[in-house]
Design a protein around this ligand. Structure first.
Ligand SMILES: [Ca+2]
Length: 395
């Protein structure tokens, strides 16, 4: 076994170790611990709406009654009900993006930015919540996610930790992601680069190293939820339906960088020509027409939908010719070749600062990844949706 192969095996084992912690964490988090907290927090959020918050959709007074303020939490934007072609069939489309099919997505509120470290800190300070990466793994749970007869990994692999991106000096091909993803004991959202790192200067960065379970726990506390993939894509594509990128057909229109992605040789050299190597603060790039920032690049964002490679094929087969799928949700079960033993795997959207055309052009709005609900990584965050009433002009 080569050193790279050993690295990959260790990485995989550690990744599966995180997978196994899901059942425990799910039992301890969103469904139970925060249901009551959410009510209190949500009331607080509503109370925070004020005309002085110039970044909030909540400040949008109606034209007819300027004294009436839309009761949305701060920092959220409205996505109107609309139809669009979901998916992509261009030259770089992957099987899970096809076939393109028409969907109708009802209006909804969504965070204008990825949830930041400062916002996530409010949640943990209010609740004492520990993320998946901050808790040790129970071998009994891990074993359920592994092939029968799997040996117990060493204790070091069961200690709290998460997957940290580390740019290698060289790589042997791009198939073995263990060359740049390193299981790091002591890393977490509070210590994003390892146990010696902290959040100094990073409070306006998107929170990372949060699992799907963690994201849902935050959402429950905030009175929100994760977007469906269709909702996310509706917001991301707005104004540019049928185009390759969220801003048009060109990656760098007029030479302008529109997202925090990778320039150079992935994963060895990131030239940072877009202004950033690594995660960028939220609002670093222009928002789209609806006011959403960083819908492409920066960090991947969890959605509520489970993953199947054939989700769109099955959906399209169920439609009449020329039909439209209304408010589609993900499948009821997972079928993820990347995580064959996982009971569940959830879709992520938007791509990250690691995305490069040579490896994954996943900053396209139809592109996606998927991982198990307990996975946490350096480039994975989320934003939330709120099921409140539409702004007055949409009623
Ligand atoms: Ca960059």
């Amino acid at each position: 076994m080569t050193s790279h192969a050993r690295t990959a095996a260790q990485t995989r084992r550690a990744s599966l170790a995180r997978t196994a912690s899901f059942a425990r964490s799910a039992a301890r988090t969103a469904a139970l611990a925060f249901a009551s907290v959410a009510v209190v927090a949500f009331t607080s959020v509503l109370g925070a709406c004020s005309p002085g918050d110039d970044d909030s959709a909540a400040t949008h007074a109606t034209g007819a009654h300027p004294e009436i303020v839309t009761p949305a939490p701060p920092g959220m934007r409205w996505v109107p009900t609309r139809e669009f072609e979901m998916g992509w069939d261009g030259h770089d489309a992957r099987p899970d993006e096809q076939p393109v099919h028409r969907v109708r997505v009802s209006g909804f509120w969504m965070d204008s930015t990825e949830v930041t470290n400062a916002q996530f800190a409010e949640f943990t300070e209010a609740t004492g919540y520990l993320t998946t990466a901050e808790r040790p793994v129970e071998w009994e749970e891990l074993a359920k996610q592994l092939p029968p007869g799997s040996e117990r990994p060493p204790e070091s692999d069961l200690a709290p930790g998460t997957m940290v991106f580390r740019s290698p000096s060289q790589v042997e091909g791009l198939a073995n992601y263990g060359q740049w993803w390193v299981w790091t004991t002591g890393a977490s959202w509070r210590h994003p680069f390892g146990p010696e790192s902290d959040l100094e200067g990073l409070h306006d960065h998107p929170v990372v190293h949060v699992s799907w379970d963690d994201a849902n726990a935050y959402c429950a506390w905030a009175g929100k939820r994760l977007p469906t993939e269709a909702e996310w894509e509706s917001a991301a594509r707005f104004g540019h339906d049928g185009e390759r990128f969220a801003w048009g057909h060109e990656l760098e229109p007029g030479g302008a960088h529109r997202a925090n992605i990778w320039q150079g040789e992935f994963p060895v050299i990131d030239k940072g020509l877009d202004g950033f190597t690594g995660v960028a603060p939220v609002r670093s790039f222009p928002p789209n027409e609806l006011g959403f920032y960083e819908m492409s690049g920066n960090v991947w964002e969890w959605t509520a939908d489970q993953f199947r490679l054939d989700t769109y094929a099955l959906r399209s087969e169920a439609l009449d010719p020329g039909g439209c799928c209304v408010d589609p949700r993900g499948p009821d079960s997972t079928k993820d070749p990347r995580n064959p033993f996982a009971e569940r795997s959830y879709v992520q959207k938007g791509g990250s600062f690691l995305c490069h055309a040579s490896y994954c052009s996943s900053y396209r709005p139809s592109a996606k990844m998927a991982t198990t609900p307990d996975s946490a990584m350096s480039h994975l965050g989320f934003r939330a949706v709120w099921d409140g009433p539409p702004p007055a002009e949409n009623r």
